[in-house]
Design a protein. Structure first.
Length: 368
């Protein structure tokens, strides 16, 4: 995999020589061992470009740089930040971290439709640092080194590696590069924070995922299936009505920051709980309104809240199913982070984007 292409060196030098670079504090170090750091990253806002084929990768930096140097609806210049992030997942992605003062609400819209703006929720990542100029062989070596260290310490990772480049091309000494990856780090984190999970279905899980990803106190949102009778179903099986499963999201949250009642409030106010097996034009049993709980304590909270909001707002017409979770099955990878990865998709533009705007306006206190 070719990660870094510096065929635009002269362009990069021009950019870095003529623009100041902002270095924000995006993370704090939790622990250091075996030449790696375990970091707690804050919520990050990205401007990014995913080239449609390898031939277009050489132009990636220029595309994103053009956005921050005035290629937007307000002709606004946005400070260049360090590091530049190159995400090595299924699709190569060049990403700039936006300065702290910006949110998705106050960033200007890109003139270039290929530029995506999105938020990455806070996460725990492992990082390994190295110096000099990066290249494909070094990157592969460092990825393998990081994998081996994590494996030795029993730490799982999501396999979505990122290359962080901190310096301009003309800086020859004391260069800093890093390979980072999101991890499931329980040794210290779970002693400080005990996360809870709830399972919510309100139509297409792309919508539910997008609504809850940016909620304060929500750690992770995973799209999948639950409430049916078949193990490890595929998306095709579910939408054909062969499994009795609903499209749901597994929402992991910090109950010290946000309460289950708050999540239920967001849930009921961002979908129609009065239509049976349907949300708008999305029709089928898998689109049903459903809440799946883990224990009797959760059940009581859910039942009481649903009864109250049903009476107060929905005239007794709520048809939301309330069931105990048996097993949750993660959906295929292309469904994960769907809105973030595909903001220009027609369904996302016509359905999810308006839904998010309404949610943020109506439930502003729950969002960053």
């Amino acid at each position: 995999m070719k990660i870094v292409v510096f065929s635009l060196v002269f362009f990069l030098i021009f950019i870095f020589m003529n623009k100041s670079i902002a270095k924000d504090d995006y993370y704090h170090v939790i622990e250091k061992f075996d030449n790696i750091e375990i970091r707690d990253y804050k919520n990050l806002i990205y401007a990014s470009y995913v080239p449609s084929n390898k031939k277009l990768r050489d132009n990636s930096f220029r595309k994103v740089a053009n956005y921050i140097f005035g290629g937007n609806e307000n002709n606004m210049n946005i400070a260049m930040t360090s590091p530049v992030v190159i995400k090595m997942h299924n699709n190569y992605e060049m990403a700039f971290i936006m300065p702290k003062q910006y949110s998705l609400e106050n960033l200007p819209y890109p003139n270039d439709n290929d530029i995506n703006l999105y938020k990455e929720i806070s996460s725990i990542k492992a990082a390994i640092r190295y110096s000099g100029y990066s290249n494909e062989n070094i990157e592969k070596k460092k990825i393998n080194e990081l994998i081996n260290i994590l494996k030795k310490n029993g730490i799982e990772h999501n396999n979505d590696f990122e290359l962080l480049v901190y310096n301009s091309p003309y800086q020859f000494l004391n260069r800093r590069n890093e390979i980072v990856v999101t991890i499931n780090y329980k040794k210290k984190i779970n002693k400080m924070i005990e996360y809870s999970k709830i399972y919510l279905g309100g139509g297409c899980f792309w919508c539910v995922e997008a609504v809850f990803q940016d909620v304060i106190g929500v750690k992770d949102v995973v799209s999948g299936f639950a409430g049916g009778s078949i193990r490890n179903p595929s998306y095709k099986e579910v939408v054909r009505g062969l499994t009795k499963h609903a499209e749901v999201c597994e929402i992991t949250y910090d109950s010290n920051v946000i309460k289950l009642k708050d999540l239920l409030n967001i849930f009921f106010l961002t979908h129609d709980p009065t239509t049976l097996n349907r949300q708008g034009n999305d029709i089928g049993e898998h689109y049903r309104s459903i809440i799946l709980y883990n224990n009797e304590k959760e059940y009581k909270i859910i039942k009481d809240f649903t009864s109250a909001i049903n009476k107060e707002l929905f005239n007794g017409d709520v048809v939301t199913e309330i069931s105990e979770i048996n097993e949750f099955f993660k959906a295929e990878e292309y469904h994960q982070d769907y809105f973030k990865q595909n903001p220009k998709n027609p369904y996302c533009k016509s359905i999810i984007t308006p839904k998010l705007r309404k949610a943020r306006k109506k439930l502003n206190k729950f969002y960053n």
